[in-house]
Design a protein around this ligand. Structure first.
Ligand SMILES: [Zn+2]
Ligand SMILES: [Zn+2]
Length: 184
């Protein structure tokens, strides 16, 4: 599936599932873009901008993984974008600090009930082409699991540090390692 332009999808989902709240005037509250070829560990993420308080979210963005989503049907792009839009909505519209908490689950359930094009889940469930990892690094904050070849002491979850701690390292996001078997 060739890469689809993300902005029209963003505007449609914003109207259909977020009551237009992610756009002010005609200006989206955040940028939406495809990654370069290197984003392979996750299908997408939302990142709060550095100027959030002063400038109404300026610099915030959703990035979707070109290498992971390009070979998949468009519904994978749609569900990933919509998932990340829920994170953006919680952050920029509700102003609540939450990962996959009650607001996330409520909105996800409403969107899943409202349409049949795709199903949202808490984790992006797409095949990630990786060599067998030796460890899974698990974030105690958001539950995200990432494969690692070796354990890195005090490494923290990038997404949670960005989302909850303004991009600074924080002890609550330090990854916990689980040994991986070859079957993982
Ligand atoms: Zn998420
Ligand atoms: Zn995390």
């Amino acid at each position: 599936m060739p890469l689809v332009p993300l902005l029209p999808l963003f505007h449609r989902f914003n109207r259909e599932h977020f009551s237009g709240s992610l756009v002010q005037g005609s200006q989206p509250l955040l940028a939406v873009r495809w990654s370069d070829g290197r984003l392979r560990k996750t299908a997408g993420f939302y990142r709060r901008g550095p100027l959030l308080a002063a400038a109404g979210g300026q610099g915030s963005e959703i990035v979707l993984s070109r290498p992971l989503l390009e070979p998949l049907p468009q519904s994978a792009t749609e569900s990933t974008l919509c998932h990340e839009m829920i994170h953006a909505w919680i952050d920029l519209v509700l102003h609540v600090r939450e990962g996959h908490g009650p607001h996330f689950h409520a909105r996800m359930a409403a969107i899943n009930a409202a349409q049949n094009e795709f199903q949202l889940s808490v984790r992006h469930q797409f095949p990630v082409p990786i060599t067998p990892p030796r460890w899974w690094a698990v974030c105690p904050c958001c539950g995200r699991r990432s494969p690692y070849r070796r354990r890195m002491k005090k490494a923290a979850c990038r997404q949670c540090c960005d989302r909850h701690h303004g991009g600074s390292w924080h002890a609550s996001c330090v990854l916990v390692y689980e040994p991986a078997s070859l079957e993982d």
